[in-house]
Design a protein around this ligand. Structure first.
Ligand code: GLU
Length: 442
């Protein structure tokens, strides 16, 4: 914590009947993703009125499952991977959230991601709680057969807590439609009946929804355009820098470019590229599709990764991983607006620095909610076995995103708080109101 974070309440001072603070595995003794989430929750508690009585609910995941995922590799050896599924909250409906395959996945990270799903789902008012899953693995090191075996074994292991009315996984970092197809099939084989509604983000031929693949990026663009309007910023003249050029950053970049913006810099795990006149986004997307990274894209200059944060731009879109904008680089950012395509890309210290510098942050829990919103449409379509057109889906998505954004914008103005705190106020109030109405069992 530094001089820029004067308002943080102490995290670990919640009384319980035995005088203990939070269980050790929930304490924010470092600034990992869960610690960041706890700080964000502490900022909202003063605004929860009588519901603050229930606030500790927000600081404890309802259920966390750690599973061993053993598979036989192609060379005959046995490999064990660590898998997780965390259900943070189910007060408003079943758990919902993606599954991430990444070598840095930890329980702390999955807990934070599951909590951000609870907040996100409540913020856009879809009838879900929050959940998240992950496997600690670099999927690029696996063959297709190994990837399939690992996905199926993981699904079978978490099968005791997921289900179409219990907890519905979806894609996240390094997972895609094919992985959702394997998850759906594995769950269905174990159940003895095809259950399309157990996951979303499936291929269209298996009950997937039109528009799901583009939905997160479309939502990022939609709230970005709304906020630009409030700021008096002309998108068609804006310079945009994007970190991560996958399903979120790539689509958002494409939509901003279509609106006339110049995408001047893109960074991903492989490299950082820059072009003052604006990158040719369709050509860059084609390059990434074959090469797996923006690195080596001929029609751009390659720059040092750290200089990405100094790029002269109007809009910055972090759309990769957590904790990218920190107290170390927040003071260098030139943008007028940051749109969080990723989950948790900004630390609380960096949030304060950006706020002081009058840089508007559109927080993840509203900015990237387009994906789960269309996941909700997919789930509804699977249950009703009646499928909507892409125009219907996009129109409903845009309506929900605009309404949710207008709501949190209003709260932010009224209470003079950041958009993140405003979104947490709206979402946590919805969650805790449901908690209070349901009451404690027994
Ligand atoms: N993984 C996405 C997210 O972080 C989507 C989750 C979902 O569709 O359930 O919001």
């Amino acid at each position: 914590m530094n001089a820029n974070t004067p308002n943080l309440a102490p995290i670990n001072q919640i009384p319980n009947p035995y005088g203990h603070s939070l269980p050790s595995y929930l304490q924010a003794d470092n600034l990992g993703p869960w610690g960041v989430y706890l700080q964000q929750v502490d900022r909202v508690i003063p605004y929860l009125g009588h519901l603050a009585r229930w606030a500790e609910t927000l600081k404890r995941p309802k259920r966390a499952l750690i599973v061993d995922v053993p598979i036989e590799l192609d060379n005959g050896t046995i490999a064990h991977f660590e898998g997780y599924r965390v259900q943070h909250n189910t007060s408003r409906g079943p758990g919902k959230g993606g599954v991430r395959f990444h070598q840095d996945v930890t329980l702390s990270e999955v807990m934070a991601l599951s909590a951000w799903m609870s907040v996100k789902n409540a913020a856009v008012n879809v009838p879900y709680g929050g959940a998240k899953g992950g496997i600690r693995v670099d999927p690029k090191t696996l063959s297709r057969g190994e990837l399939e075996r690992m996905t199926r074994r993981y699904t079978s292991e978490i099968g005791i807590i997921i289900g179409p009315t219990k907890d519905i996984p979806a894609p996240d970092v390094n997972t895609n439609e094919q992985i959702m197809a394997w998850m759906m099939d594995t769950y269905s084989m174990n159940e003895g009946a095809t259950a399309t509604g157990v996951v979303t983000g499936k291929p269209i031929d298996l009950g997937g929804s039109l528009g799901r693949r583009e939905a997160t990026g479309r939502g990022v663009y939609t709230v970005g355009a709304e906020a630009a309007h409030h700021l008096g910023m002309d998108i068609s003249k804006a310079r945009v820098a994007v970190q991560g050029f996958g399903n979120v950053g790539g689509i958002a970049g494409k939509l901003f470019a279509q609106a006339g913006a110049r995408i001047v810099a893109v960074q991903d795990h492989g490299g950082t590229i820059y072009r003052e006149a604006g990158l040719d986004v369709p050509a860059l997307l084609a390059h990434v599709a074959t090469q797996g990274s923006v690195a080596g894209f001929a029609q751009a200059e390659s720059i040092e990764p750290d200089t990405f944060w100094d790029v002269d731009c109007d809009i910055l879109i972090p759309a990769a991983l957590e904790q990218q904008i920190t107290s170390k680089n927040a003071g260098r950012i030139k943008a007028r607006m940051v749109i969080e395509g990723a989950n948790g890309p900004t630390t609380p210290e960096a949030d304060d620095i950006l706020h002081e510098r009058n840089i508007l942050v559109l927080p993840d829990v509203i900015a990237n909610a387009g994906g789960v919103t269309v996941s909700y449409f997919e789930w509804v379509q699977d249950f009703s076995s009646f499928f909507w057109t892409e125009d219907e889906i996009n129109a409903r998505l845009v309506r929900i995103m605009k309404e949710a954004f207008a709501g949190v914008w209003h709260v932010a103005q009224e209470k003079k708080v950041s958009l993140r705190t405003a979104t947490f106020i709206v979402a946590c109030t919805r969650m805790l109101r449901a908690r209070e109405l349901r009451g404690l069992y027994p």
